[in-house]
Design a protein around this ligand. Structure first.
Ligand code: ZN
Length: 198
């Protein structure tokens, strides 16, 4: 299922700190959030030319909390559409509330939140707008068809990006969770432990 929200609250695997620019956190955030938008689950792999299409979202908006701008825990990975829709709103944390038991995705692309927090995220971002529902329906139908008829196409839709960040090569000024580097998807691929699809 291409739109499977996480089963559990997100616990950070990485903890880089001390960069002077929040853009430096991008490779960590890509790995942290599985190369997809934390709100709508759109994957980089479905939109190969990603330059500028995925943003670093400040969970607590920069205008209200300038001191949090460089805090890794305050940064999320989001597609441009979701990030722009969120704007300066303070909404429930998607890491805690956009979960499998709180968000239902129907086969026809509709979305429904089952908790007040998930409903609020869906409403503020417009995840139940016609365009988002149509995007999900097209993606679900295409991937289901590929699964039946063209296994290679299915794999290309559902695989990890070819270009995975090698976090071991990065040198953040500090890292409070250095053990996460060994669990990065690049490191898993090096060990030949990376699943073909996710
Ligand atoms: Zn999104």
């Amino acid at each position: 299922m291409p739109f499977s929200y996480p089963m559990n609250r997100h616990t950070r695997r990485h903890g880089p700190a001390g960069y002077s620019s929040y853009a430096s956190y991008r490779p960590w955030l890509r790995d942290e959030f599985l190369f997809r938008c934390v709100y709508c689950l759109k994957r980089e792999q479905w939109d190969i030319v990603i330059k500028g299409k995925y943003h670093i979202d400040h969970y607590r908006p920069q205008v209200h909390n300038p001191g949090d701008v460089l805090q890794y825990e305050n940064l999320l990975y989001a597609c441009a559409t979701c990030n722009l829709a969120k704007g300066k709103e303070l909404i429930p944390n998607p890491c805690h509330y956009m979960l499998a038991n709180s968000v239902i995705i129907f086969e026809d692309g509709r979305i429904k939140g089952t908790t007040s927090e998930a409903k609020r995220v869906i409403k503020v971002l417009g995840l139940d707008d016609t365009e988002y529902c149509e995007f999900r329906r097209l993606t679900i139908d295409t991937i289901a068809l590929a699964r039946q008829m063209k296994p290679d196409l299915f794999r290309r839709y559902m695989q990890y990006p070819d270009e995975l960040p090698n976090l071991a090569d990065l040198r953040p000024p500090d890292n409070i969770r250095p053990e996460g580097v060994q669990e990065s998807y690049y490191a898993q691929r090096e060990r030949r432990q990376l699943p073909a699809v996710y």
